[in-house]
Design a protein. Structure first.
Ligand SMILES: Nc1ncnc2c1ncn2[C@@H]1O[C@H](COP(=O)(O)OP(=O)(O)OP(=O)(O)O)[C@@H](O)[C@H]1O
Ligand SMILES: O=C(O)c1ccc[n+]([C@@H]2O[C@H](COP(=O)([O-])O)[C@@H](O)[C@H]2O)c1
Length: 215
């Protein structure tokens, strides 16, 4: 069995430290071999992004250029159809049959999981690593709570022993940041320093991506 890798999918419109810091902390604490940031092309369950696919890819590439172990996986950008995570994980599993996958999601994404395409099958291909996010708490009852209970994994070493199947709570430092808030600030001309990597911030300002955006 190869060492586990981390995958963080997202719209990244734009990428910010609420994505990057929890992902870095997770990579270190779980001893993941790498962290792949994977932008989606057509997000399945949300309004379409303001930045183009190419701009979101460039913003991510600039962000990871100073982060050892981080890479950008642009595979979903090549498909002109909704980016269903299950399809992507099936494709990745064919490429990496012996590598455990740790698919990172924030608590807000976990709560929406029952609306994802073939959601119960996600753990047939990856572990789910759930990051705390200010303002969001785990469900206590219902089908998602049952699913969590079935898959909960307490020992992080199990993430490396099994290719998939676990749900692990990552108690990382909470970061109260969202792309929605950043788009609003950028549209209003407010500073974003310290919330977005400097190289990414320079690029999006130079491209005037969110200047008069409709939030
Ligand atoms: N501050 C944060 N803390 C923990 N997880 C986060 C945070 N921000 C985003 N995430 C997680 O990162 C993934 C990608 O998020 P996404 O690109 O939609 O960012 P976002 O800030 O939630 O965007 P938006 O405000 O446009 O909805 C999701 O799983 C989301 O839960
Ligand atoms: O597969 C699905 O049905 C599905 C539904 C909602 C979100 N996702 C994935 O979850 C990740 C975070 O999504 P988002 O919308 O919070 O940026 C990203 O990789 C999306 O493609 C996937």
């Amino acid at each position: 069995m190869k060492p586990a890798i981390g995958i963080l999918g997202g719209t990244f419109d734009p990428v910010h430290y609420g994505h990057l810091m929890p992902a870095q902390e997770t990579m270190q604490k779980l001893a993941l071999a790498q962290m792949r940031l994977m932008p989606n092309h057509i997000p399945p369950h949300r309004p379409q992004p303001i930045a183009s696919a190419q701009q979101r890819l460039t913003m991510l590439q600039l962000a990871v250029s100073s982060m050892p172990g981080f890479t950008v996986d642009g595979r979903e950008l090549g498909h002109h159809r909704p980016s269903y995570t299950i399809d992507t994980l099936i494709q990745m599993r064919l490429e990496l049959p012996d590598t455990p996958f740790c698919f990172l999601i924030g608590m807000d994404s976990l709560l929406s999981l029952p609306h994802w395409h073939r959601w119960r099958e996600l753990t047939d291909y990856a572990h789910l690593i759930v990051s705390v996010r200010p303002g969001w708490t785990a469900p206590r009852q219902g089908e998602l709570a049952d699913f969590i209970q079935q898959h909960q994994m307490g020992d992080p070493a199990d993430l490396h022993r099994h290719l998939h199947g676990g749900l692990y709570w990552m108690q990382n430092t909470p970061i109260d940041l969202s792309a929605t808030q950043l788009r609003a600030d950028l549209a209003a001309g407010r500073a974003v320093a310290g919330r977005i990597p400097a190289a990414t911030a320079d690029y999006l300002q130079q491209q005037r991506i969110y200047c008069r955006s409709v939030i």
